[in-house]
Every structure is written in structure tokens, then in C-alpha cells.
Design a protein around this ligand. Sequence first.
Ligand SMILES: Cc1cc2nc3c(=O)[nH]c(=O)nc-3n(C[C@H](O)[C@H](O)[C@H](O)COP(=O)(O)O)c2cc1C
Length: 306
Amino acid sequence: MKNVLVIYFTQTGQLSSAVKATMLPFENDPEVTIHYEQLKPLKTFPYPWSYMEFFDVFPETVHGVACELAPFSFDPDKKYDLVVIAYQPWFLSVCVPVNSFLQSPEAQKVLAGTPVVTVIACRNMWLSAQEKMKKRLLELKANLVGNITFVDKSANLVSLVTVLAFVLGGQQGRFLGIFPKYGVKEDDLRIAPSFGLKIISSLKSNNYTNLQKELVDVGAVSVKANLMLLEGRGKVLFPLYANYISKKGTAGSQDRRTRVRIFGIVLPTGILILSPIITLISRLAPLIASGKMKKEIAYFSQNSLR
Ligand SMILES: Cc1cc2nc3c(=O)[nH]c(=O)nc-3n(C[C@H](O)[C@H](O)[C@H](O)COP(=O)(O)O)c2cc1C
């Protein structure tokens, strides 16, 4: 019997649909037992978010400050054969509830020496968050053997509008009747069980050497050049903005409201301006630096940390 632990957090159910679709073959396998652990912050994050709540969570998310979680139902002393960590990136970082789990003594116990597969469901920017995840898993002596990503495939500026309508306005259908529905589409989840089958086969043979390559070959990861370049800018600027806001006060404090408000305007405006420029650069880059772009895409498609 193989024991699998699935750790996940979700606000609207998008991520749980993605991870459950991936785990479907496990559910039907008599040789596998799964324990699902949904992380529950003691102070719940709101959905839909108010403008201030949403942007105020930015500095602590980027700085990796943990929140308190409800007690876990899994047994940290049990030896799991595989741990699946399903998470959303928040502001190019691991979302606070999952990051808080990664800082817990229970995570330390359950992840040391254990194979880990990460499952991400998000808008479209997960590269920097996954770099942080890789780093933390290395610190915990876990063995990251697979990464699967589900993204909103709309154009970047379209999903910028729809994600804001989704998180701030609670809009789960078509915004204004003209924009596509936000998020990972049901159609894109049809392929998820085939990712699960690849994982099961590695789990049973206890050989994960080729797992990530096999996952990439069946479309589990797609790295887009324009988004990679855009994230590169964000990765440098976000810690600076986060420090700038934190200097004025802690989470929720009145003193930092003006700076939070400014960030809430600067971020979408910055994406709006930079996105078309970077898309143009990304179209030209393969002509100028094709080798470098390919190398970068290959790097983000695998699981080691440079
Ligand atoms: C505070 C916050 C920040 C987010 N930042 C990102 C991000 O950096 N990249 C991204 O692709 N999606 C981002 N998203 C979208 C989430 O990844 C995800 O699609 C959304 O929260 C719905 O997931 P859930 O219902 O499973 O929680 C963010 C969402 C929230 C609430």
C-alpha cells in the first residue's frame, strides 16, 4: 500500500478542482491511500477581497511571513510515500497559507526525505513562486520530483482584467458579458488524470528519474517567453515595493494605507504598459538570443534550483 498526502489551499475551489482531477487515477487505485489536507488559516482570507485587503497582503506574502493555521488532520509521524503540494502563487510568491505550512514543524517532519510533486493552478505567473518553493523544499530536505501547472490561457491583459474582476468583484462568470470566464477552464482539466497516471507509475516503481520529462512531454508545464520576461521585472521590483510598504507599518495598519493604495494603482498600470512592450521583445528575443531563451524555458520546466 502506498500512502499519499495531498496538501492544498483554495479560496474559490479552482485549485481543488485541478488537484482532484490530477489525483483521479489515485482515487481508483486500490493500492493507494490518499489523505487530503485542506489548509485553513485561523484568520480566513476574504473572498471576494476588498481593494485594500488584497493589496495589503502583498508585503507579507513577498516576505514569506506565516499566518496561523488550524491544526492539521494528517499524522506528521507517518511516513508518506509521496506528498503533493497544491498551491497558488500570490504576488509571484507562494500563497501565505501554503507558505505557512512549509514553515511548520509538521512540514519539516513529513517532507524530509520524501518525494514531492507540486501542482499549481493560477492566472499565468508561477515561475518565481516555484523558485521560492524549490528553495524551501531543499531546506526541508524534500525531493521535488514533479511540477504540474494549470493556467488561464487568455492573453495576459485579458486575464489581468478578469482576475481583478474575479478576486475583487467575485465575478465567476463572464465579466461584463464580453470577457472570458477567469481561470483554468474545465477543458484544460481533462488532461489532468493523465498527469496523475504518470505520477502513479513513478510512485509504484519508486523511480522518479524521468517523471518531470514525461510530464512536460504530455503538456503539464508551459513556459511562455513573454511572461517569463515580465516576471523577471516583477521579481526584482516586488521586494523593493514590499519593503517600501512594510517600513510604514505592519499588516492592516492605517499608517501604510497610502503606500498600499499607490501600489494598487502602480501594479496594474505597470503590467498594462509593460505587457505589450515585453511581448514585442519576447517575439524578437528568439531571433537575437534564441539559445538563451530556450535555456531559460528549459530551466523553468525542471525541478532543480540554480
Ligand atoms: C492575493 C492574490 C495574489 C495573486 N497573485 C497571482 C500571481 O502572482 N500570479 C498568478 O498567476 N496568479 C495570481 N493570483 C491568482 C491565483 O493564483 C488564483 O488563480 C486565484 O486566487 C483562485 O484560486 P483559488 O480559488 O484556488 O484560491 C493571485 C490571487 C490572489 C488572491
